[in-house]
Design a protein around this ligand. Structure first.
Ligand code: PEP
Ligand code: CO
Length: 459
């Protein structure tokens, strides 16, 4: 089973549309192949090391962002606000759990979506379904829905500009812990959550102040690591012409690396052993997430992990469980029970969004905050009961004051107030922080006691 960047092409294509002009598609791919990588092999390895720590319970993975990025909603403030909420959530996790948080955005490449139907009929006309801005336009006309290879190039440049901004935010002062209080400036939402966050930020400032007072005035920087953060990019590895065109070989080791993002995941619909997406991902060194829905069989997951990670490298695989609140307990218990003794290194995470679709009665897609919270708690409890480490949380969220998920202490009841998603409903800033508090507090409250000190045996 030899692997090459293009070996996925021998598989039956899944969720990859046909292009009417293959020459134009090839032309766009050839251009992308000459463009600079968006991320670098060293960063990818550093992330894998951080995820290995999360698998061991020494860190926590927080991954979040839009269901899908779009060309229309490409704005500095959108990128900044989602980044800021992820930082705030990460601060909550660190403050409550006293562990580092590995921060990954669903960003800078999340432009392709799996769809259950290839075509649909709108106003009597049959057209290709919308598959994400990298492929076609959501506008329901035959022309706009026709897959256009130039969109791949546009997605690349938007991703490059997005990453450029995020790199500046992460390293250039915005993410400085000493500014944690000021990240509140544009905070909107529930006063209860706000107050909790303000207390936390004040606590951090106080601690930093005390440490500063104890340091020598001319001493080197007190906590150099507090002035910047590591922030990584991720998306679903769905549209393989783009992924293949951005695959490179690490100049130091020769290893193939996907440079479209640091972290790539397999969707619930494309994680079959023989899918082209699995074929592509097994050959690159990046960390890989696997979405796991309620019908997944433990034995099939084991074979999948064997295929993607034959050397059982820690940090390489995250299982992102997403069974939905009603099926979560049974599904998680079975998977954890069977896989925990398999010897496989797994980072266990939960996506409490995708198994909980609802509609508001008039056909608008939503999710209940209470379902999202409940599935998160079930995940933690089941991990504890089965003796595995709850190591990560994967969310669809935004820094904007949207009303897409119902409930939360803000009591979102009217979706029409600000329903902005092209795709799935996202948590807004206040709901995201509320979930971060509840999740991290439950993590800490259920933490097993440390093992007793080994006795010398003499007494
Ligand atoms: C997603 O994360 O946007 C998604 C489509 O998830 P899943 O594959 O788990 O349904
Ligand atoms: Co989604």
């Amino acid at each position: 089973m030899s692997w090459s960047r293009g070996s996925w092409r021998s598989k039956q294509l899944l969720h990859i549309p046909e292009y009417s002009d293959p020459v134009k598609l090839r032309g766009a791919e050839d251009r992308l192949k000459t463009y600079p990588p968006l991320v670098f092999a060293g960063e990818v390895r550093q992330l894998k090391t951080a995820l290995a720590r999360a698998a061991d319970g020494q860190a926590f993975l927080l991954q979040g962002g839009d269901c899908a990025e779009t060309f229309d909603d490409f704005h500095t403030h959108t990128i900044r606000d989602t980044f800021r909420v992820l930082l705030q959530m990460s601060l909550i996790f660190t403050f409550v759990g006293e562990k580092p948080v590995v921060k990954i955005g669903r960003v800078a490449g999340q432009f392709a979506k799996p769809r259950s139907a290839a075509v649909e009929t709108v106003n009597g006309e049959e057209m290709v379904t919308y598959r994400g801005d990298m492929i076609n336009s959501p506008t329901p006309t035959v022309a706009d829905r026709t897959p256009d290879p130039e969109r791949m190039i546009r997605a690349y440049f938007q991703s490059a500009a997005t990453l450029n901004l995020l790199r500046a935010f992460a390293g250039g002062g915005y993410a400085d812990l000493f500014r944690a209080g000021r990240w509140l400036l544009d905070f909107v939402g529930s006063s209860a959550v706000r107050e909790k966050y303000e207390n936390l930020a004040a606590g951090i400032n106080k601690t930093l102040g005390v440490m500063r007072a104890y340091s020598q005035p001319d001493a080197p920087e007190l906590i150099p690591a507090a002035h910047k953060v590591d922030y990584y990019s991720s998306h679903e590895a769905l549209f393989l012409p783009y992924e293949e065109a951005l695959a490179r070989n690490d100049s130091l080791t020769g290893d193939p690396v996907a440079t479209s993002a640091h972290y790539l995941w397999l969707g619930e619909r494309t994680r079959g052993l023989d899918s082209p997406q699995v074929e592509f991902l097994r050959g690159v060194i990046n960390p890989v997430g696997i979405k796991v829905g309620p019908t997944a069989e433990p034995s099939e997951l084991e074979r999948l992990m064997e295929r993607i990670n034959p050397e059982n490298e820690k940090g390489r695989i995250t299982l992102i469980l997403r069974a939905g609140v009603d099926k979560a307990e049974k599904s998680y218990k079975r998977i954890m029970r069977e896989l925990k003794n398999s010897g496989r290194n797994i980072l266990w995470a939960v996506d409490p969004m995708h198994g909980n679709p609802k509609n508001d009665g008039s056909g608008v897609k939503t999710r209940m905050f209470s379902d999202i919270l409940r599935e998160s708690i079930i995940f933690i409890d089941t991990c504890r009961a089965e003796g595995v480490i709850p190591g990560g949380l994967h969310l669809e969220m935004t820094g904007k004051n949207v009303t897409e998920c119902l409930g939360g202490s803000d009591r979102v009841e009217d979706l029409s107030y600000n329903y902005a998603t092209q795709c799935d409903p996202r948590l807004n800033a206040s709901q995201s922080l509320e979930l971060a508090f509840a999740f991290s507090e439950h993590l800490v409250n259920t933490e097993p006691p440390p093992p007793p000190h080994p006795t010398s045996g003499r007494f």
